[in-house]
Design a protein around this ligand. Structure first.
Ligand SMILES: *Cc1c(COP(=O)(O)O)cnc(C)c1O
Length: 358
C-alpha cells in the first residue's frame, strides 16, 4: 500500500533528485559548527521578551507589516522603514527574493565556494543556477563574474561578504563593480558583516539594484528565534511583500526583535570580543600543521595538512568537539570550518586538535 501510494504521488522530478540540507545536530560539549553566538542574549533581553509574551494579543493575527520592528531596524541603519523587509531568518528573505525575482526560466549566479543555501533555494524554487569559480585565496574574480553574467544573464547575483565558508570579505570597489555589471538584482548576504571592516549597506539606494541581507542568528545571540531582514530599494520590498505568506512573522518574534535592538551596545561589545578571540584562534591554528585562511567573520576555514580532513573531523567529534566538515565539498577538499567560541571552548577545540594532529 505504502509503496503503491508513494509511487503514485510523486514530487517534482527535480525535488526527487535533490539532497536536503544536512548539518549534524549532535549533543557534544563544544559546538563550533554553525557559527552561532557562543553566549546567550543579555539577561535584560530575556526579561523584555518575557514581558512581551504577556502583551501579545494571542487571539489576533500579528501586525502584517511588522511596523515597530521595521521602524527600529530602519533607525539602526538610517534608512526608511519602507526599505526594510523582515522574515523568518535571512534564509526566508533569500527564499522570498528568489520567489519574486527567480523562478522557472530565470537564473541566479553564485561564486563557489559559497553559502550552500543560495543555490539550494534557487533549486527549490525552480530557478537555474549559474556557477562561477572564485580565484586565488577564494577572492572574487571579476573576469569570471563577467563571464557568468554574460552567459546566464542572472536575475539574481549573490555575493556573500564575508563569505561563508571562506571568511573572505569583498572590497567595496568589487561590490560596486559587480553591482554595475549585473543585469538583475545584486544580493549581498551580510550574515557576518558585524565582524567585518565595512558593509555594503552604504551602497543601498532606491536607484541601485542592490540589497543587503542581515540576520539576528549570528551576532545577536538569537539563532533560536529565526529572524532576518533585508535593506534595499522600496520597489524591491514591495515585490517581496506580494509573494511572502501573509502574517508570516509571528508576534512574539517581532517583539523579540524590537527587544534585541535595545541592546546594540552589548551586541557590539560581544562582536569586538569575538573578533579579538578570532585573532587568538587564528594564531594558534597557524602554529599547527594547518593551512589557514584569514577570516573577517566569526569562523575560520582551515585545512589540516598531512591528515585526512574527514578523519580529523571524526577524531574531534570523538573528543566531544563538533566543527563543520567541509572536507568532501567541491573546492574545499580536506577543509574544516570552526566557529569562534568562548575562550574556554576554543581552548578545548585547540587541545583536541593538537592531540588529533600529533
Ligand atoms: C547563517 C547564514 C545565514 C542564515 O541566516 P538565518 O537568518 O539563520 O536564516 C544566511 N547567510 C549566510 C551566509 C549564513 O552563513
Amino acid at each position: 500500500m505504502t509503496a503503491a501510494a508513494r509511487d503514485r504521488v510523486r514530487p517534482r522530478a527535480d525535488v526527487a533528485l535533490m539532497a536536503g540540507y544536512h548539518s549534524p545536530q549532535v549533543d557534544v560539549d563544544v559546538r563550533l559548527n554553525t557559527n552561532e553566538s557562543p553566549v546567550p542574549p543579555p539577561d535584560g533581553f530575556l526579561d523584555a521578551v518575557a514581558a512581551a509574551v504577556g502583551q501579545v494579543p494571542w487571539h489576533r493575527y500579528p501586525d502584517r507589516g511588522a511596523t515597530a520592528l521595521r521602524a527600529r531596524i530602519a533607525a539602526l541603519h538610517d534608512v526608511d522603514p519602507a526599505q526594510v523587509f523582515v522574515a523568518n531568518g535571512s534564509n526566508e528573505v533569500l527564499q522570498t527574493l528568489t520567489l519574486a525575482y527567480g523562478g522557472p526560466g530565470r537564473a541566479v549566479a553564485v561564486f563557489e565556494p559559497t553559502y550552500a543555501l543560495h543555490s539550494h533555494i534557487a533549486r527549490t524554487t525552480g530557478t537555474d543556477v549559474a556557477e562561477g569559480e572564485r580565484g586565488e585565496g577564494f577572492a572574487l574574480d571579476l573576469a569570471e563574474v563577467r563571464r557568468v553574467v554574460d552567459e546566464a544573464a542572472p536575475a539574481i547575483t549573490y555575493l556573500c561578504s564575508p563569505n561563508n565558508p571562506t571568511g573572505v570579505v569583498e572590497p567595496p570597489a568589487v561590490v560596486e563593480e559587480v553591482r554595475d555589471l549585473v543585469p538583475g538584482l545584486l544580493v549581498v548576504d551580510e550574515a557576518y558583516a558585524q565582524f567585518a571592516p565595512w558593509s555594503a549597506l552604504s551602497l543601498v539606494d532606491d536607484d541601485a539594484p542592490l540589497v543587503v541581507t542581515r540576520t539576528f542568528s549570528k551576532t545577536w545571540s538569537m539563532a533560536a528565534a529565526r529572524l532576518g531582514y533585508l535593506v534595499g530599494p522600496t520597489w524591491v520590498v514591495e515585490e517581496l511583500e506580494k509573494v511572502v505568506l501573509p502574517y508570516h512573522l509571528d508576534a512574539l518574534k517581532q517583539a523579540a526583535g524590537v527587544a534585541a535592538l535595545d541592546f546594540v551596545g552589548a551586541m557590539e561589545e560581544r562582536v569586538s570580543h569575538l573578533v579579538e578571540e578570532r585573532g587568538r584562534l587564528e594564531t594558534a591554528l597557524r602554529d599547527l600543521p594547518c593551512e589557514v585562511w584569514p577570516s573577517s567573520a566569526n569562523f575560520i576555514l582551515f585545512r589540516p595538512t598531512g591528515s585526512d580532513g574527514g578523519r580529523v573531523w571524526q577524531d574531534l567529534l570523538d573528543r566531544s568537539v563538533l566543527v563543520r566538515d567541509c572536507s568532501s565539498w567541491p573546492r574545499l577538499e580536506g577543509c574544516l570550518r570552526v566557529t569562534v567560541g568562548t575562550r574556554d571552548e576554543d581552548d578545548r577545540f585547540l587541545t583536541a586538535l593538537r592531540e588529533v594532529l600529533a
